[in-house]
Design a protein around this ligand. Sequence first.
Ligand code: SAM
Length: 278
Amino acid sequence: MPQPRKLHDEFFKRAKAEGYAARSAYKLIEINDKRRLIRAGDRVLDLGCAPGSWLQVVEKLIGPSGIAVGVDLQEVTVDFGDNIFTCVGDAFTTEPAELKGDSGKPFDVLLSDMAPSTSGHGDDFLSARLCDRVLDLAPHVLRPGGNLCMKILEGEPTPQVIARAKKMFVEAGTSKPKASRDVSRELFIVGLGLRADIAAAAVASTKSPAIAPAKSLPDSPPETPPAKPSKPSKPSKAARSPREKTSKASKTPKASKGSKGSKGSKGSKAIKARGAEA
Ligand SMILES: C[S@@+](CC[C@H](N)C(=O)[O-])C[C@H]1O[C@@H](n2cnc3c(N)ncnc32)[C@H](O)[C@@H]1O
């Protein structure tokens, strides 16, 4: 018989004590300790980043010379340094060019902890659909040799998603970190080293990955070695100054430097501003 969920479990308490926005932080820490996905100086894209604990982990790992962009349907209200950008946006309708920003530089690491609103029926298919979107985006946003870590809720379509990841990455497999609740069906698909031919085909193609019909998925409770990453160029001072976004708020993610309580309205800046500095 399944045990009732212990709300205040070890990882929940640790997250509170250590200042992480959610216990999910420890999942990424464990996966990264084992697989060395993220390195100092990396450019990291985090899809489904709210409330922000993965970004908090990423911020420590990449250091001040790295850059991270987080996208979520929800606003992130955690305080970050100047090199961490959060945007309200839907991964299904956000274009790779918007994610990469003005510099057009690809990311070294693509993370997705995106989760559908679970109902108990077809959650595995909704989760696989999110993962398929991540894999559609990967060749357009990741550099050759770049790494991936994405969450999937185990079920019927899972083997197909894993098989797809295996074709795209030099090395791919799954990970179930200790911080994942035993009762949870979540697994993490880890891909190391985006294959050069997959990345090249995306560059050669003028088409962006097909945009799936807009569908809002509400929040769920937070509960071969790859090639060495290239360092992003240093942000210029001028580029660091925020630029306000002017158009298309619904389809285009709105980047902000989140601050507790402000809900990101103050200091909002376009994702383009972040791209310019990279
Ligand atoms: C488990 S939470 C992520 C927790 C986060 N990694 C952290 O450590 O704080 C899952 C997130 O996926 C987001 N999400 C679900 N569908 C999405 C979509 N289509 N586009 C962007 N974010 C999405 C939800 O809004 C939710 O915040």
